[in-house]
Design a protein around this ligand. Sequence first.
Ligand SMILES: C[S@@+](CC[C@H](N)C(=O)[O-])C[C@H]1O[C@@H](n2cnc3c(N)ncnc32)[C@H](O)[C@@H]1O
Length: 277
Amino acid sequence: MSRELLAVVRTRFRDEALQRGVSPRDVDLLLSDLLGQSPAWVFSHGDTMVDPAPLEQLLKRRFDGEPLQYIRGRTEFFSHDFVVDDRVLIPRPETEILVETAIARAKPGARVVDIGTGSGCIAISLEKARPDLRVTGVDLSLDALAVASINRRRLSSNVRLAASNLMASIDAEVDLVVTNPPYIAATEIAALAPEVRLFEPMMALTPGVTGMELIERILTQSRSRLALTGMIIMEIGYGQDQQVRAAAEEATWVVDEMIPDLAGVDRVVVLSRRGSE
Ligand SMILES: C[S@@+](CC[C@H](N)C(=O)[O-])C[C@H]1O[C@@H](n2cnc3c(N)ncnc32)[C@H](O)[C@@H]1O
């Protein structure tokens, strides 16, 4: 094992990252994981002797296009640390808008189902913020549920998890559906960044040719599963707002609100049977 000064190793790999179009910050985060220290510590302890080999191995994966979150095995969402790997979609910052909306709008004690829970990021964040809610996360992917179950345990959450094709396995009436369904049209997959297209589960990205397939099924199924005062809070894709409005009208849901993300793109839709009182 050859040892080198941390400052030398850090500079060498940060330079290589820049040349390969990868953020140099990724080098600091991986060093911080490997050394069990904060990025600030890594920056200020350049005279420490380290073995560069483990970093080199992790960076090879990063330079081959694997998302940093999968290499680190975790990511932050709604101020919680979630375990992630290639069995689940990496939680996106815009999905926090959905969680904030659900926290603000769920009635006390509401029975909530998170359809397509993936890592469990929505269900668990919601339940941690609103312990009065009875939250169930469902997913068709058993692999995804295994990751959600790790997060449930690590974050001491009380959410229930169930394998289910949408809400097929949910017997009781539901007050609130929260969901970030796969909504990318299959025809658009080829245009996605390789980091997404080659590494994230296809089942989490696309539901079919139009991208609307699961959204339409959720809108239809929710008619019979939701209480009369029930509500759906759903994340939608870029430019999908008009299609979703039309599908909602078709399934006789009323759009109460369209909430934009920081880029001004309509991102979260709130639906009820009669519109907000
Ligand atoms: C876009 S990901 C969302 C994951 C997570 N909720 C998030 O926001 O990061 C969609 C999830 O829906 C799941 N899924 C796809 N088809 C499904 C179906 N028919 N029933 C239930 N879940 C499904 C996928 O396995 C995936 O975990």
